[in-house]
Design a protein around this ligand. Sequence first.
Ligand SMILES: NC(=O)c1ccc[n+]([C@@H]2O[C@H](COP(=O)([O-])OP(=O)(O)OC[C@H]3O[C@@H](n4cnc5c(N)ncnc54)[C@H](OP(=O)(O)O)[C@@H]3O)[C@@H](O)[C@H]2O)c1
Length: 242
Amino acid sequence: MSQLSAIVIGANSGLSQALALELAKDNVRLGLMAADIDALAPLAEQLGPQTELVAIDIQDPEACRAAFDALWAQLDGAALVVINTAAAGLDLELPWALDKGVIDVNVTGFTALANAAFNHMVEQKYGQLAALTSIAGERGGPQVAFHASKAFQQNYLQGLRLHAQRLKLPITVSDLRLGYLEKMQGRGSRFWAAPLPKIAGQITRALKKARPTTYVTRRWRFISWLTALLPEFVYNKRKYKG
Ligand SMILES: NC(=O)c1ccc[n+]([C@@H]2O[C@H](COP(=O)([O-])OP(=O)(O)OC[C@H]3O[C@@H](n4cnc5c(N)ncnc54)[C@H](OP(=O)(O)O)[C@@H]3O)[C@@H](O)[C@H]2O)c1
């Protein structure tokens, strides 16, 4: 049987690296795309010589799509594409530059790559497209553009799922909805945060089950349910720090 390939976009984050190592355990050949590929050298060494590294600037969507096309050809297709690039930030002055940066990366850049990956999978007639979104996308919040951009991603993924069904193709689209893990880690909560290998393990198991939406870690599904129940006047009184 020929070796499966996967592409991880935004490969420099700790979570992407943990995920790449999980995928490599299943003998998956990896194509890693990141802003700073020099920083990927130690990971690439662990993954082996077949690993492909590609530099991208997600703020240049056309160049990103061209780089993705070239990597796809080099790997001779891919069974899995994971999009993990993201920009975020909180500034209570709500500067336009912050919102624009978030939209460039999380909306325009994300769509440029999700669209490229999906169309390649249609041509290939199978595949799995996954993206790390956030529970933040389910309701507006203090990082205004970040919350809105994650809502966009979740909605876009749902639309792609609908197209896969229309085309009657075995293309799975997975929305991996992360809780506020780093924030909780910062607060010292072991219950609501989790170590990276545990998060990566839950993600790879969810990918294998091909579930449309998965909460990572699983207990964040409860917070999602609770957040949806809160009436507007209560939700808007939430306290947060700038
Ligand atoms: N960590 C959390 O608690 C949490 C919570 C909810 C949702 N999430 C979501 O989960 C995903 C991963 O989170 P994370 O904490 O691992 O994110 P992160 O550390 O901020 O990583 C984001 C990735 O995006 C890439 N990136 C950002 N701007 C870029 C640009 N202009 N060009 C190319 N790449 C760019 C970075 O690449 P370089 O390193 O090469 O610059 C990095 O690999 C994100 O989608 C995030 O929104 C995370």
